[in-house]
Design a protein around this ligand. Structure first.
Ligand SMILES: [Zn+2]
Length: 318
């Protein structure tokens, strides 16, 4: 049903999945740059299509809304929410004999700005396993949010400016929504602001936020993509206190390693326990792991699954 060609390809439809190099036909699970290229034809959800156009320009797209199967290239293709960012999708491909589910980047926990993940049962599961080691367990989401809000409020009360480093697509909008829901004003770097406009056009309510364009107003948080602050892109911010919002916050010396004052463990990816829960929910005959430590393959085997690394060179064909 599939083969590996420096990436996953659905053989019958000759459909590349999340390729970074240009393809005649490619499925894009979500609009993060490491999952897409300027393809001749892209298949994706309508929300991802808008983000794809915003990032790489207008391109030919075949839209597949969530849970609305299409018959295409000899396969039945259905997308399901992946809970990672706006429009992020899992892809279920069926050829009449085998059901293959590709997760793309996903998380099971709720999100303020992305639809919660749904995992249909499948025979073959290709799973993104970034945090596939037992040491990767995120702090509970409610705890991370409470920590973020408490530290931001404390920073503002001391007359300083919180500067939150968050990926321009996804994390920055979720942080914005969490802050505005708590009554805290948000100013966004232009890169974040451009993506937020797409979120708003897709009907996602981010609350009141503005484009950052000079010395920040009192009582406001500035949200910037990682590195932009240090690149001098944010003008002169008086007494900045920096925050990183990432699943890597929990690793030893998180804030120091990320080069910020505070590291908040709010992730857009499933942690180790969620990965195992996802596999149990899909209940596949065979699992292929990608984008994660190879040790996750062994964890799955110890749990009784037939598991392989994707592209490991020793895959049985299914
Ligand atoms: Zn991603």
């Amino acid at each position: 049903m599939f083969h590996f060609d420096r990436g996953l390809k659905l053989t019958r439809a000759d459909l590349a999945v999340d390729f970074r190099r240009r393809q005649p036909r490619a499925f894009i699970s979500h609009a993060h740059r490491d999952h897409m290229a300027r393809h001749e034809l892209a298949l994706c959800t309508p929300e991802t299509a808008r983000l794809y156009h915003a990032r790489l320009g207008e391109r030919p797209v075949l839209e597949i809304p969530y849970r609305q199967p299409i018959d295409w290239g000899g396969l039945r293709l259905t997308t399901y929410p992946a809970g990672h960012c706006l429009g992020s999708a899992m892809l279920l491909a069926e050829d009449g004999e085998t059901r293959l589910l590709y997760t793309g980047d996903f998380k099971l926990a709720a999100s303020a700005t992305a639809e919660q993940a749904e995992l249909p049962p499948a025979d073959v599961l290709v799973i993104e396993s970034t945090y596939g080691a037992p040491r990767h367990r995120h702090v509970p989401r409610a705890e991370a949010i409470a920590q973020l809000l408490a530290l931001v409020r404390d920073t503002l009360a001391r007359g300083m400016t919180p500067v939150v480093h968050a990926y321009a697509l996804g994390k920055a909008q979720e942080v914005t929504r969490l802050l505005t829901s708590a009554g805290i004003g948000v100013l966004q770097h232009k890169e974040v602001y451009a993506i937020s406009q797409v979120y708003c056009r897709c009907g996602v309510d981010l609350g009141p936020f503005e484009l950052f364009g000079g010395p920040p107003k009192d009582g406001h948080v500035v949200v910037v993509p990682p590195w932009r602050h240090r690149a001098g892109d944010c003008g002169r911010i008086r007494r900045p206190v920096t925050f990183a919002v990432t699943g890597w916050a929990g690793s030893p010396g998180g804030a120091w390693r990320l080069g910020v004052d505070h590291a908040i463990g709010l992730s857009d990816h499933a942690d180790f326990d969620e990965l195992l829960a996802a596999v149990a929910r899909v209940n596949p005959r065979v699992v292929y792991c990608t984008h994660g430590p190879e040790s996750f393959v062994w964890c799955l085997r110890e749990a009784g699954y037939v598991a392989f690394p994707l592209g490991g060179g020793w895959l049985p064909l299914v």
